[in-house]
Ligand binder design. Structure first.
Ligand code: CA
Length: 227
């Protein structure tokens, strides 16, 4: 079970987040001010959603304190406005991702899952096992198997394949893939996605003689073929 600290002083927003994250199998610890958020994050939390505008100690102070103490738990910052300065400060002091209010709970859940995946956190109660004929993508074992044998993907290749295959039939743009698989502060360009797709094609489609699964959507990105 992954524990998430939800640090937000507006009760309605906090409860909305707790509700949606709870449905995804995350256990939430609530905090309505900075000092409580700090205490909660120092215990056994795996991740924190941290509002910048918190009473007593603001989100930046909480984050700075945690990083100064050497605590590396992933932090997703929430802020009330699309303020470039907040974004930059947040990144400088060690936030992992950043969402501007108003947001949709689905967006937050997707970001949390992406951060959790990048941080190598154990998957939720129902890890994904995707089976496409001879290909199996096993999130719990972090294996991709063809005819039962592991094809040996690197972590990023695995994350990219899982992202595409979990959205089979849906075209995902290169920038969406970069954000979900590499994180929004990744500094490389969109060709990184192409390079990894090429490797996946070599390791899976060509080596295993599977039909083309990773389809190019010209001028946009990629999609995983719906079986
Ligand atoms: Ca607030």
């Amino acid at each position: 079970m992954n524990r998430i600290v939800v640090a937000e002083d507006e009760a309605a927003i906090r409860e909305l987040l707790v509700h949606h994250l709870g449905r995804e199998g995350f256990a939430c610890v609530e905090a309505a001010d900075g000092p409580t958020a700090l205490r909660a994050a120092r215990t056994s939390a795996d991740l924190m959603i941290l509002d910048v505008g918190l009473p007593v100690l603001d989100g930046f102070d909480v984050l700075r304190t945690l990083r100064r103490e050497g605590r590396e738990l992933p932090v997703l910052l929430l802020t009330a406005r699309a303020d470039e300065i907040d974004r930059v400060v947040g990144l400088e002091i060690g936030a992992d991702d950043y969402v501007t209010k108003p947001f949709s709970p689905r967006e937050i859940v997707a970001r949390v899952r992406a951060i959790a995946r990048r941080a190598g956190m154990a998957p939720q109660s129902a890890p994904t096992l995707l089976v496409f004929d001879r290909l199996e993508i096993d999130e719990a074992a972090r294996e991709v198997r063809v005819d039962g044998s592991d094809v040996g993907l690197k972590p990023r290749e695995f994350a990219l394949l899982l992202e595409l295959a979990s959205n089979a039939g849906i075209a995902l743009s290169r920038s969406t893939l970069l954000q979900r698989v590499w994180g929004f502060d990744f500094e490389g360009d969109e060709r990184t996605v192409d390079v990894h797709v090429r490797r996946l094609r070599l390791k899976i489609e060509e080596a295993a003689k599977l039909p083309p699964l990773l389809q190019t959507v010209h001028g946009f990105g990629y999609k995983f073929a719906r079986s």
